[in-house]
Design a binder for this molecule. Structure first.
Ligand SMILES: Nc1ncnc2c1ncn2[C@@H]1O[C@H](COP(=O)(O)OP(=O)(O)OP(=O)(O)O)[C@@H](O)[C@H]1O
Ligand SMILES: [Mg+2]
Length: 253
């Protein structure tokens, strides 16, 4: 897909958990090859929106179109195939505690790719080098710092060189230096793999460093979306309150 074409389209989504409507009238187009950051209040449905993109959740109304195919009503086998082109770095890295970093990162290759052991080993090493974790290949997750766990999660998400990579809160709870490092790694993943990247983040400094576009999720829908400079210059008071992190303004707290 050419850079700039819509690779992901969420169209008039409604999604509820039981009685609770979380997303309503949400529409968003994500251009190929760029970094789109989704921002929004805690609990506003950001993780749920990412899960829609790889079919981990289905909406009760609306369409989720990824690479031209509608996920709703897709046969399970087809969804599994599509997911191979989507990497997901989860909010809580979700590594297997009993596997080394190297084995965690090798898992998607073992499951999805026809590679022999030597090819797997070299791809894992190359990917760990990209995130600066080559030295930790034989360590267990419990022996890593928070930032290293995040990086191992990134490596697992990108080891198959997916076209789309989703990052859920890649820098939350980390110090500013590690945050900066992780932000640079995400930029590198976008540039080196040419991947379309969607990042959910609260960290505005990191968002400004990496985003091509920003989308603001508020009360179930995307209320503003566009190139970073356009969003920063927005005269929407909700957007400005969020960007400036003010407690006074139209957002009910
Ligand atoms: N599996 C679930 N069952 C019931 N309710 C859920 C489930 N997952 C999420 N929710 C609810 O949906 C809403 C949106 O959750 P979501 O995790 O998408 O928000 P978020 O924006 O990612 O929040 P945070 O910033 O805290 O990570 C929340 O009110 C949450 O309680
Ligand atoms: Mg979340």
């Amino acid at each position: 897909m050419k850079r700039g074409e819509s690779i992901i389209e969420l169209d008039d989504i409604e999604l509820a958990f039981g009685e609770k409507i979380v997303l309503s009238g949400l529409s968003l187009r994500i251009p190929a090859g760029e970094i789109t950051c989704i921002i929004g209040l805690s609990g506003s449905g950001k993780s749920t929106t990412l899960r829609l993109i790889n079919g981990l959740r289905l909406p009760r109304r609306g369409r989720v179109i990824v690479k031209g195919a509608d996920l709703c009503g897709m046969a399970y086998a087809e969804l599994i195939e599509l997911r191979k082109s989507i990497g997901f770095a989860f909010q809580f890295a979700a590594l297997f505690d009993s596997l080394t970093v190297g084995d965690n990162v090798a898992l998607p290759l073992r499951e999805n790719m026809r590679m022999n052991d030597a090819q797997i080993a070299s791809t894992v090493r190359e990917t760990l080098e990209m995130v600066g974790l080559a030295d930790a290949i034989d360590r267990l997750p419990a022996e890593l710092s928070g930032g290293m766990v995040k990086r191992a999660g990134f490596a697992r998400a990108v080891v198959t060189k997916p076209e789309i990579v989703l990052f859920d809160e890649p820098t939350s709870g980390l110090d500013p230096i590690v945050t900066h490092l992780l932000t640079k790694i995400i930029l590198d993943i976008n540039r080196r793999l040419g991947a379309t990247v969607v990042v959910v983040s609260h960290d505005m400094q990191s968002v400004y460093q990496m985003a091509d576009r920003i989308a603001l999720l508020f009360e179930g829908a995307i209320i503003a979306e566009g190139p970073v400079e356009e969003i920063r210059a927005s005269d929407n008071p909700i957007v400005q309150q969020f960007l400036q992190g003010r407690d006074q303004g139209p957002i009910p707290l």
